[in-house]
Structures are given as C-alpha cells and as structure tokens.
Design a protein. Structure first.
Length: 406
C-alpha cells in the first residue's frame, strides 16, 4: 500500500467550497488505493487575523499565549475537512499537533520538532481512515502548545511523511509547481518538471516562497520526495528529487530568484585588526539576527569597510545593537539601506559549466543595473542591486540564461 501525506495551505482551504474540493481530491487518492494523511493550514488568511487581534489587545503578549491563539486556526480546518470526508462516506479522524503527538522544543513561535510517534496515525490508516492533521503546531515536553513559525505546515507535512516513511509528500498550493522565475514577473517563466533538493533549498532560502526552507531541509535529511502541485487544477506539478537527472544535459542555471526582504548595513572605516569581525558578528548572532552576505574590503591606512545583509525586519534592531559596539571599535560610521534586492541564479549545472558569473554580470550591465554586492556558492550566484531594479534584473537574467526556451 502506498502512503502519501498531502498538505493544503490556507488558500486551498479558504472556504467551505474549497474544503469540499480538497475532500474530493482526497477521495480520488483513496480510490487509487492510497493511504492518506492530510495536513492543513488555517483557512485563508485567518492566521493573520489572529495575529492582528493579539497585537491590538497586547502588543507585548507572551509567546506562549500567542501559540495557544494561532494554533486554533488549523483546528477549525481539521474538523471541517474530516466532516467533509465523512459526508462522502470516507471515515476520517482529525488530530491537533498535541494529539498526534508532535513533540517539539519549547521555543514558542519557532519550535523545532523533536519527535513524532506515528503509531496512532498508522492504526487509523490500517483501519481505512484518513488522518487529518493540524499543520504548524506541536506540544512541548511540559504539555504547552507550540507553533513552528509562519508557513510551518509545510514542515509538519514533511515531518509526518518522514515519521510514517511515506512514499511521497504532496504539497498542494496556489501555484502548479516550481517555476524558473516568479511568473508574476516573468510571463514566460516555465514550470520545472523536477528540481533537485539542493536547488530547491537555494530557491526557498533565496526568496521563492513556494515552500518553507525548513521543510526542504527535512525532506533532504530524510529523503522524502516532495511534489508541489496546484490544488486548483490537475497536473503533474514539480517533483523535488535527490538525484541529478543525467539522462538530459543539465542546463547551467535552473532558475532565477529574487528576495526583497533583506537590508544592507555598512560600517565605514573600522580599524583593521584581529577580532573585529568576531566583535560585530558575534554580537549579531548572540541576538539571533540572521546575517547573510558579508563583504569586507581592504581599505587605506589600516581601516576597512564592512557591508553585510540582514533581514529587513531586523535592520533597525541590528543597527541599534551595533551602534555602541561600533563606536567602541573606533569605526567612523554605521548606516542601513532598506532599498535592496537580492537576485540569484541557481543550478546544479553550475558545477559543470563555466562563465555563469560573466553571463550574469553582462546581462545586468546591459540593463545599466549596478551590482552592489556579489556572493557565490557551488550552485548559486547572488547579487545585491537597488530594489527598484529587481524585476528588470530577474527578466534580464531569465532571458540571458535562456530559461524561456524549454
Ligand atoms: N497558518 C500558518 C500560517 O499562516 C501556518 C501555515 O499556513 O503553514 O503561517
Ligand atoms: Mg504556506
């Protein structure tokens, strides 16, 4: 018997009609003889509505209470979907995270899964029932409700698939797969039939919002094949695989991503001595702020400039944290810039092709786009440009790497 875990996000369960449509999709999987566990998000944008209400009542409300509140959205969906299945003659049972149980650490709002006991789910599947699980939530060892971070239902789905040793994890969403670029920006972007987990990790962390990064890490670690599919129209979607496809020649670049959630911090004229990077980035990391690209230059007179990117939402806090440290180090100034975009070209084919960076820089220069920062890894090249050029840059690179030609 094939076991599949299917996940439906907020838009896919936005109202009663959509929930009925999900039930119909699951009935087809049952008719195909599959054992089905389904993970659902809260309906539509209801989690946002809960966040807003909480902020109105108490902007400094505790993370514990926030999790008690936010986890309620998914509880509504699991009950309604189970009812929709039973209405169709399909026995089903809904479970909150705590009921499964999905045991996490106690970091409210960004909890990590420690353990999942699959026994109850397996018993339901063996009895012919569909298991309907609430995404995004768990329970810590003291019995407190926790949540995994916004978008966390993807991670729940992959984690349940790993615990059940499922054959496939299907992520149903509002797009029909992973594209060579955001189709809202590049009209001739193509759906990829397959993408490697390594590439998907880069896509997810570089701004393609199809899957939560942590869910892709999980899939890689436990070798769970994920398929991204549309919940609105039939189609094969995109399969995230573990092997590079060597039956066809790898293109050098598989896709272009853009990320508008970063900001840039520049520290000018820091005395270039041992320990400055540690003093600065140690403090940033102790405060749990995320640093991405870092550029340090050799300057004149024993002084150096340092530029790095942080999440845009954390820029002000990072500046405030660093100001006293910077003056103690004797640096000239520190400043922030929110108007940046990070554009990346990603592809496992970069390992076997040369000249990718040159093609990228040429395409950007032909559009008169100034590059502010560059960083590379084995399978990606990222540049930072002024944010108003983000769409132009994505389109130029999509064309330069011939991603519109299948
Ligand atoms: N409902 C949660 C959110 O909006 C979890 C999810 O949708 O994955 O972030
Ligand atoms: Mg989502």
């Amino acid at each position: 018997m094939t076991t599949v875990v299917c996940k439906f996000g907020g838009t896919s369960v936005a109202d009663v009609e959509r929930i009925n449509a999900v039930a119909e999709t699951l009935m087809k999987h049952r008719a195909d003889g599959e054992d089905v566990v389904v993970v659902v998000s809260a309906m539509g944008k209801s989690t946002d509505a809960l966040v807003e209400m909480a902020a109105e009542i108490n902007p400094k409300g505790s993370a514990r209470e926030s999790d008690v509140l936010l986890s309620t959205g998914e509880q509504i969906t699991i009950a309604l979907l189970s009812m929709a299945l039973e209405q169709r003659g399909q026995p089903a049972r809904s479970y909150t995270g705590a009921q499964i149980p999905i045991v996490t650490d106690s970091r409210h709002g960004s909890a990590r899964i420690k353990d999942i006991n699959p026994d109850k789910m397996r018993a339901d599947l063996d009895a012919g029932r569909v298991v309907v699980a609430a995404g995004f939530q768990g329970v810590d060892e003291q019995g407190n409700i926790t949540t995994l971070g916004r978008g966390g239902s993807d991670t729940t789905a992959v984690a349940l698939a790993a615990a059940l040793k499922a054959d496939e994890c299907r992520i149903y969403t509002d797009v029909d797969g992973v594209y060579t670029a955001d189709p809202r920006i590049v009209p001739d972007a193509r759906r990829l039939d397959r993408i490697t987990v390594e590439e998907m990790l880069e896509f997810a962390s570089l701004g393609a919002k199809v899957l939560m990064t942590r869910s892709v890490e999980f899939a890689g670690r436990y070798q769970i094949p994920i398929r991204v599919l549309s919940s609105f129209e039939p189609g094969p979607g995109t399969l995230i695989t573990f092997e590079e496809d060597d039956t066809v020649e790898q293109p050098s670049v598989s896709g272009i991503t853009h990320d508008l959630d970063d900001a840039k911090i520049t520290i000018r004229a820091v005395p270039d001595k041992t320990g400055i990077a540690h003093a600065i980035f140690g403090a940033v990391s102790d405060a749990d702020f995320n640093v991405d690209m870092i550029v340090q230059n050799i300057g004149d007179d024993g002084m150096t400039d340092l530029t790095f990117t942080v999440r845009r939402a954390e820029m002000e806090a990072t500046l405030a944290l660093l100001e006293p440290i910077i003056s103690e180090l004797g640096a000239a100034s520190i400043s922030g810039d929110e108007h940046i975009a990070k554009i990346s070209a990603v592809g496992v084919g970069m390992r076997s092709h040369t000249g990718i960076a040159a093609t990228m820089f040429e395409a950007l220069s032909a559009e008169n786009i100034n590059i502010q920062m560059i960083s590379t890894s084995e399978i990606k090249i990222s540049v930072v440009v002024e944010d108003k050029y983000a769409e132009l840059a994505v389109r130029a690179l999509h064309r330069a790497f011939r991603l519109d030609e299948a």
